[in-house]
Design a protein around this ligand. Structure first.
Ligand code: DAH
Length: 341
């Protein structure tokens, strides 16, 4: 019996040591320690032993059972640890594998041009303002010295919301001049980009909605030389060093004197070609010295302060900057077009 127990012990311990899966370990447990197991079978023979032999044999049997149980316990822990390690290995992330770059869109050509314009002016100390597209006619016209009866106030040109023509979709960004004068301390340097609306049919150069950038400076001793210097710099930054400009007299109700600035055609250098429609020059913006009436209506003394302002079409500028032939391309957002910038 002693030999039997020793044999069971050594066989079982060797088997537990080799076991590779929890199910196999369970089978071994049943085989040695189960009701019909080998150790139980030996214990059943105890009755045959003499009374002197029994206690020592009983103790030995208990020791064997304890040894098997603790071996099973440690084998089971080993299996669990191995399983955990295998699972962690399977779930491991290789952080050195290159990532999948998300597909980014990119800027619309008109906003590329706008960002360039903003950068140029912010670099000169201008503040960028945003303002309402639904505007009072008072700010869009009256406060800009465009009195009742001015042609641009006509119903055929302007989108009004009411019969009295008091509320409208702004037809220009110039009312931002008034908003700036009413809300900011002097001196003022601002640009104000945004949408404007006019009753135009859509064609290659017109749209009932388009964008302008307004600019305004009010300070002491501001002259037309400041206007020309700043706008020449704008043209060079946008279209390249050495860009030639010219200033032509013009009329706007809110500036006196008023002018338009043209840039010499980059294609033909002024000789005349299809790009500039034979003119040699391309119109870029309207500008002028702020009319004393406009300053007075904002409670600014024109004897003490002076200023200049300009307004430019953003689509037009982008079209020149990127040589886009048709305005409609700017709004259609065809990816095949947009991808080229
Ligand atoms: N508001 C004018 C337009 O829409 C453009 C303009 C001209 C703005 C002269 C100005 C300016 O500020 O001084 O045609």
């Amino acid at each position: 019996m002693k030999e039997q127990l020793a044999k069971i012990k050594s066989e079982a311990l060797a088997a537990f040591d080799q076991v590779a899966a929890p199910a196999a370990l369970d089978e071994l447990r049943v085989k040695y320690l189960g009701k019909k197991g080998e150790l139980t079978a030996v214990l059943k023979q105890m009755g045959r032993l003499s009374a002197e032999e029994r206690p020592a044999m009983g103790q030995l049997a208990n020791e064997v059972r304890a040894a098997l149980e603790s071996a099973i316990e440690s084998a089971s822990q080993k299996l669990e640890a191995a399983a955990l390690e295998a699972r962690l290995k399977a779930e491991a992330l290789d952080v050195t594998v290159p990532g999948k770059a998300p597909k980014l869109g990119h800027k619309h050509p008109m906003y590329i041009a706008l960002d360039e314009i903003k950068n140029i002016f912010v670099g000169m100390g201008f503040t960028v303002l945003d303002g309402p597209e639904i505007e009072l006619a008072e700010l869009n016209f009256d406060r800009l010295n465009a009195e009742e009866g001015h042609p641009s106030r006509d119903w055929s040109d302007t989108f009004y919301f009411d019969q009295d023509s008091r509320v409208m979709l702004r037809s220009q960004t110039s009312p931002m001049q008034v908003r700036a004068m009413d809300s900011m301390p002097l001196a003022i340097r601002i640009i104000a980009p945004g949408r404007v609306y006019r009753k135009d049919e859509v064609d290659a150069t017109h749209s009932p909605m388009f964008h302008q950038v307004e600019g305004m400076v009010i300070d002491k001793n501001v002259t037309m030389a400041d206007l020309k210097g700043t706008l020449n710099l704008l043209a060079e930054e946008l279209f390249g060093k050495g860009t030639v400009t010219r200033f032509r007299p013009h009329h706007f109700p809110f500036t006196e004197p008023s002018c338009e600035m043209d840039v010499q055609c980059h294609k033909c250098g002024g000789a005349g070609c299809p790009t500039c429609k034979g003119e040699g020059w391309i119109e870029l913006l309207g500008a002028g010295m702020i009319h004393p009436n406009v300053l007075r209506m904002a409670n600014i003394d024109p004897e003490e302060w002076s200023g200049w302002a300009f307004g430019m079409g953003l689509e037009r500028t982008a079209m020149r900057r990127f040589k886009i032939a048709d305005l409609r391309l700017i709004f259609e957002n065809d990816v095949r077009f947009l991808e080229q910038f």
